[in-house]
Design a protein around this ligand. Sequence first.
Ligand code: NI
Length: 143
Amino acid sequence: MSQHIVEIVHREEFSSAHRLVSASLTDEENRALYGPCYSLHGHNYAVEVTVRGPVRAETGMVMDLNRLMALMQEHIVSEVDHKYLNDDVPYLEGVITTAENLAIAFWRRLHPHIAAFEPCLLHRIRVYESRLNFADYHGPTAG
Ligand code: NI
């Protein structure tokens, strides 16, 4: 019997302020590296979460998308929307708030809650910092 593996995606949007600062660089080096992103500014972000798994014969679903939406709202959006990412979000303390690092941080927030839906797997977290720029994270690699 063949098994059908499908990826489902839910997207949420939020608005946050941030600035890019590396603690290992001087003011001058930070300004040179990050340019305008060294200044306080904001973005209309989007986060897309992909869950991969078999389509269950009894429901026709991989995972209830409304459940995924609720988990993303609770564990990601509610904590970052209309916040200053550098200061207001405890789990981002000491993190350079690039789209790359946000994708990793959001993975850590969400992963334990998706694990409960085994055999579904958290497959990808995509963070859009703007319409044109985004970062994809597929989870930690071994080693
Ligand atoms: Ni920025």
